[in-house]
Design a protein around this ligand. Structure first.
Ligand SMILES: [Zn+2]
Ligand SMILES: [Zn+2]
Ligand SMILES: [Zn+2]
Length: 762
């Protein structure tokens, strides 16, 4: 037999996912000698054997790799053979430039679960049980390559039994970096409300008892603390809401099994798949009438509830002992980043939590739960964080230089573009305070370290006052590239789907700074990465009081009415205005009528605010998008009908004019139509107007790919109606990247890279 040699380099998410043991077994099965090692680029194999054995080994590599791994590239080169018959796994070393190899955190696998419930097993009820198929990864990684000493597990030395598992290539825990057991690994400590240790025989049972007694317990999870309470207790949920000052935002509810999820909500097969996916996101589903969940979980008449399945052994054990669904909401004060450290938790969550369940395995990277829902038959990410981060998004056009894109203002994430990959960072939140900015800077620095990259281009939003813009401008690194908000949204969809452009991009959101300094948000763009042309927009609404109009959408409702009824709107017959102070009403009316210079907004979200406020009689919005969301869920699915609209071609770009729809909706309402009917017709009208503009553009540009992007396309009804209006055209939605501002940074990175190429590099 002729011996041959091959060097095989595998790139992708191949570390920390049981990859090397799988290769080791494959090599043994095929009688291959040689070695495999992790390095900062991925995994490198030197394989020696007969050519048929090597071929079958290579086939195996392309076959069925471990479930959590993701192979992006396999390179194979002949090398001189060595007479080795042994196949060994060599320790990690660092070489070359990293293409990130740290996998996302993985939910507890079935094998580990059966161990923690088995009284005969040495890991019975052990909250930190994991193996190569499951457990923490990104959130404990400190350095690359991903190896135990480069994680927050470095201070725990394995006992003889754990070490034997770790060293045995045939074991499920072979090179499982966070491997641990009760004898050698992290341990739980219960703390009182003031942070003093309390002595409970079994901390998990103790915490479960506290939860059953309507108390609030702060539980240290994978990527941060959760605030937990009994989701079936109105007293507990109301108490948490009051203490957390979380006004009216819904709380996520965690259950242990998919069957329990199905008992609380109507779960479709697609939603079931999403709940069970390895990313374990919070999934928005329709709550059942008699679910038993406290109504305060999702107040405000919200028919949806965010459910998620337990994803750590600690969650499983706590839920099993509490024997009820638990609220698991981010452990933070309103608008601050999620809390990670034990001392920080006690300091910042004092006054909210009645007790703490902490442990001594530090969280290195803050990483909130991800949020997803099913839209138009497929998954749509509302927040891409734990479970997805730091997995690379492959891009079609490689980045000519490393790019850092700083994202937007709300729901911020950043993105690093490197070679053929884009790395979206974890959810940071609204960049409204110093704590969030610090979290942003820390997360950017860490991702740059993991990727060994120094950005040469720094992309940011066009808005001069966004904190992310100021950060970018003040950064001493790289060339700065300002990217228009909606251009970035469309580019994000293009990058996600590997489209080179041009495309027709519909970008609908609340607001984004336009090139003319006004607030855009109802945009149809003919888009390339390098440039865009604005083909149509929405008629502008004057915002009386600027941002005050967003908190008090009755001002937007009034602006829509004044615009649509030049003869004077029938305010006295619309119940909304009975709830508005007369003095304020008069002042805003005067501003609107007397040509007072007001900021003008074109965001589709603003129309949702205005219509929702008007027909749901809700003058105020407690948080961003609250009334708009209520207007979406109010729509009666059984209803047909549509309102008239116009397109104003006397202006450039042409404007979709919804004044006829405002008039028709008011008449509908005055003749007794329900808000559900009006909302459904409003959606239909907007969708038809949108489809008409896109079709008109397509006749001019030829059959181009269409993409729907921006936060408004988280709305399933709007999305489905627009898709239906565009039947026959090629239309794509976001699937792996959020359509809202959480996906903005990817588009910024792609635009910045293209503009750098245009100008011949930096
Ligand atoms: Zn496992
Ligand atoms: Zn051990
Ligand atoms: Zn946006």
């Amino acid at each position: 037999m002729n011996m041959e040699g091959r060097r095989i380099e595998i790139r992708g998410t191949v570390q920390g996912v049981g990859f090397r043991p799988w290769i080791w077994r494959l090599a043994r099965e095929n009688g291959i000698g040689g070695r495999v090692s992790n390095d900062s680029r991925g995994v490198t194999i030197e394989a020696f054997g007969g050519d048929r054995a090597l071929e079958s080994f290579l086939d195996g590599l392309r076959g069925s790799p471990p479930p959590a791994s993701e192979i992006r590239e396999i390179l194979c080169l002949p090398i001189p053979p060595e007479p080795s018959r042994e196949f060994v796994i060599v320790p990690s070393r660092e070489t070359g430039r990293l293409r990130i190899s740290i996998p996302p955190d993985l939910p507890t696998c079935a094998d580990c679960l059966s161990e923690i419930y088995d009284p005969g097993n040495r890991r019975y009820r052990y909250a930190f049980t994991n193996c190569t198929n499951c457990g923490p990864r990104f959130t404990i990684a400190r350095e690359v390559p991903y190896d135990r000493r480069a994680t927050t597990m470095s201070s725990f030395s394995m006992c003889a039994l754990c070490q034997a598992e770790y060293d045995d290539p045939g074991n499920r825990r072979f090179h499982a970096q966070p491997n641990a057991c009760p004898a050698c690994g992290p341990a739980l400590t219960p703390l009182s409300a003031s942070g003093e240790p309390v002595f409970w025989e079994d901390p998990i049972r103790g915490a479960a008892l506290a939860l059953r007694a309507d108390l609030i317990v702060a539980v240290k999870g994978l990527g941060g603390f959760h605030l937990a309470c009994d989701a079936t207790s109105a007293i507990a949920v109301e108490r948490l809401r009051r203490r957390k000052r979380r006004e009216e935002k819904p709380f996520a509810v965690m259950v242990r099994t998919i069957e329990q999820a199905e008992a609380l909500a109507d779960v479709s097969p697609e939603e079931r798949k999403l709940l069970l996916s390895p990313e374990r996101p919070i999934v928005l589903v329709r709550r059942r009438e008699n679910s038993g969940l406290a109504p305060e979980i999702s107040p405000d008449g919200n028919p949806l509830v965010g459910l998620l399945l337990a994803y750590t052994p600690l969650h499983h054990l706590l839920l099993a002992d509490a024997a009820r669904p638990l609220v698991m909401t981010s452990g933070n004060l309103a608008e601050e980043p999620i809390v990670c450290g034990n001392d920080e938790a006690v300091a910042r969550l004092a006054g909210i939590a009645d007790g703490f369940l902490v442990h001594n395995r530090p969280i290195e990277s803050r990483c909130d739960d991800s949020v997803a829902r099913i839209v138009a038959g497929g998954p749509l990410l509302l927040r891409r964080s734990r479970g997805w981060v730091p997995r690379a998004i492959p891009v079609e056009t490689p980045f000519p230089q490393p790019v850092l894109a700083c994202g937007g203002h709300l729901k911020n994430t950043f993105c690093i573009g490197l070679e053929s990959s884009a790395y979206l960072g974890p959810h940071i939140g609204d960049l409204e305070n110093l704590e969030t900015l610090a979290a942003f800077e820390e997360a950017v620095a860490r991702m740059e370290r993991f990727l060994r990259v120094e950005p040469e281009l720094v992309a940011h939003d066009l808005h001069p006052q966004y904190v992310s813009t100021v950060y970018a401008r003040e950064s001493r690194r790289g060339r700065k590239v300002a990217v228009q908000h909606h251009h970035a949204h469309v580019a994000s969809a293009m990058a996600e789907h590997g489209l080179a452009g041009p495309v027709l991009g519909v970008a609908y959101d609340g607001t984004g700074y336009g090139t003319d300094g006004t607030a855009w948000g109802g945009e149809l763009l003919l888009c390339r990465f390098e440039s865009f042309e604005r083909l149509a927009t929405l008629r502008a609404i004057p915002l009386a009081g600027g941002d005050a109009a967003i908190r008090e959408p009755w001002r937007i409702a009034l602006a829509l009415l004044e615009d649509a009824f030049p003869e004077g709107p029938p305010l006295d017959r619309l119940p909304l205005f009975a709830n508005v102070e007369e003095h304020a009403l008069g002042a805003v009316r005067r501003m609107l009528r007397n040509g007072f210079p007001l900021p003008r907004a074109r965001g589709v979200g603003r129309y949702f605010d205005g219509f929702g406020s008007l027909f749901l009689s809700r003058p105020f919005s407690r948080h961003e998008g609250q009334v708009a969301f209520a207007w979406n869920v109010a729509a009666d699915p059984e209803e047909g009908g549509v309102y008239p609209y116009a397109v104003d071609r006397s202006v450039s770009p042409p404007e979709l004019d919804l004044r006829p729809a405002v008039r028709a909706a008011v008449h509908d309402s005055l003749s007794g139509a329900s808000p559900g009917t009006i909302s459904r017709r409003f959606h239909e009208t907007l969708a038809r107007g949108t489809a008409a503009l896109v079709r008109e553009a397509a006749r001019r540009t030829g059959d181009l790919q269409v993409v729907l992007t921006g936060g408004c396309f988280q709305n399933p009804l709007l999305t489905e109606r627009v898709l239906s209006g565009l039947e026959g055209l090629r239309v794509l939605l976001h699937r792996r990247v959020p359509p809202g501002d959480g996906g903005l940074a990817l588009g910024q990175a792609a635009v910045a890279a293209a503009s750098a190429k245009e100008s011949g590099g930096a």
